[in-house]
Design a protein around this ligand. Structure first.
Ligand SMILES: Cc1cc2nc3c(=O)[nH]c(=O)nc-3n(C[C@H](O)[C@H](O)[C@H](O)COP(=O)(O)O)c2cc1C
Length: 416
């Protein structure tokens, strides 16, 4: 790929981000020291870990996270029961002031969470006074138990509007509402946030989930002294949910607010996908936990190379580029059926394609036991492509989808 460096800056809510990459609010943005180092690696901004009033005494469960591994890949997801910041408000405000003084060209968002209207107001004013460039209202943590906090706010439309409005009245800086995906339609709370005066939306926070149950102790992970809980799931496994939510928000014409995309971003490709679906900035936590802050260096390079290759001059030109291609399923042109096309010269004869076609496909694929090769049949192939999912030869794929216009749709034979 070409190596000419691009200007990756983007303007959102009147603020210039040197690039769209931000630390999201979490343990990766817990102190000025951590955020300062991340800025050193190139992050364009950061959302400071959610701060709360000192009257809320935060003691984190121990352990507070568990890693969800798939056999071929470590950390496809991360389950956590972490709370908001456990540091004193004074310490957090001092760190915010320090960061603004030493990194004036980076954008510092402060995530806040109140447990009453008065607390939201107090935290918002204090953050602005300390130098925050933007606020992010945490309406989305999925494991808060106090009524009227975290995800419970994001699920109660009236509260979203009420708390946003209370904050809007007392600060001048832009406000993002960070919403939960644990709702039927994320555009609803987003519209209430807009009515309350929000300038943008962050989507998504962790997804409420249970990832694993220990088979010896029957306790969900993380195992906190014999107890587990439904809590926040993050990392690559939630990227499809994040992309869905960002797309729904970006397609909502009535909303028309900038979106900060979050959830499962670990590569520049993930980041570009979020931009294409309508996000203007990209936040990440689990990727930083997995690979360290230096993850952003590859992202800057990857995005820059992508822009050179695709002839984009500004990051803003990428934002929403995929939206015209995202349709309801009844808009598909069903005149295009297709076949699974096989490059048998590279077949290793494992027979997986034949088994899956018999057990989960259209049973159209034949099998030559002597040669140990599949016998493709274009007429009976459903083009469901399950054969390609199990084929071990995938670089480049041995089995690819070949669209054919006008081919009749194949109905699997009935056998008794
Ligand atoms: C351990 C942990 C703690 C988190 N704490 C917060 C928090 O205090 N406030 C917040 O808004 N989001 C919090 N998050 C959510 C992240 O900011 C982010 O929205 C989520 O993890 C999805 O992004 P990711 O897949 O890049 O991790 C936390 C996530 C993790 C893993």
């Amino acid at each position: 790929m070409a190596s000419r460096k691009k200007d990756l800056s983007i303007e959102v809510c009147g603020l210039r981000f040197p690039n769209p990459f931000l630390l999201s609010s979490s343990p990766v943005s817990n102190t000025a020291e951590m955020i300062g180092r991340a800025f050193g690696h190139g992050f364009g901004g950061a959302v400071y870990k959610t701060i709360v009033d000192d009257r809320t005494k935060i003691i984190h469960p121990s352990p507070r996270m568990s890693s969800y591994d798939a056999p071929a890949r470590k950390r496809i997801g991360l389950q956590n029961v972490e709370q908001t910041s456990d540091r004193s408000l004074a310490d957090n405000l001092a760190d915010i002031a320090y960061l603004k003084k030493h990194f004036p060209d980076r954008v510092l968002l402060v995530s806040v969470m109140g447990f009453s209207k008065e607390e939201w107001v107090m935290l918002a004013k204090a953050s602005e006074a300390a130098g925050a460039d933007m606020l992010e209202l945490n309406f989305s943590c999925p494991h808060m138990t106090v009524e009227g906090s975290g995800m419970k706010v994001g699920q109660a439309l009236g509260l979203v509007q009420r708390f946003t409005r209370a904050v809007r009245k007392v600060v001048k800086i832009p406000i993002l509402a960070k919403l939960t995906s644990n709702v039927t339609d994320i555009t609803q709370p987003a519209l209430y946030a807009k009515n309350g005066g929000a300038d943008g939306i962050t989507a998504i926070n962790t997804v409420r989930a249970l990832t694993e149950i220990g088979l010896d102790d029957f306790v969900p992970r993380p195992n906190v002294a014999g107890k587990g809980a439904m809590s926040g799931y993050s990392g690559p496994a939630i990227k499809p949910i994040g992309l869905k939510c960002v797309t729904e928000l970006a397609q909502c014409q009535e909303l028309g607010l900038p979106i900060s995309g979050c959830g499962g971003v670990e590569t520049w490709i993930d980041a570009v996908e979020y931009l294409l679906c309508g996000a203007s900035t990209i936040q990440m936590t689990t990727g930083v936990i997995h690979y360290g802050q230096r993850i952003v260096e590859e992202m800057i390079e990857g995005l820059s190379d992508f822009m050179v290759q695709k002839r984009f001059e500004r990051v803003s030109e990428i934002v929403g580029k995929a939206l015209p291609n995202i349709h309801p399923t009844d808009h598909f042109d069903l005149g295009w059926q297709g076949v699974a096309a096989y490059d048998l010269s590279r077949c290793v004869g494992c027979g997986q394609c034949y088994i899956v076609c018999q057990d989960a496909g259209g049973q159209g694929l034949g099998w030559d036991e002597q040669k140990r090769r599949p016998i493709p049949d274009d007429d009976t192939c459903l083009s469901c492509m399950v054969c390609s999912f199990v084929c071990p030869v995938d670089d480049p794929p041995l089995i690819s989808h070949l669209p054919v216009q006008g081919k009749a749709q194949v109905v699997p034979p009935v056998s008794r």
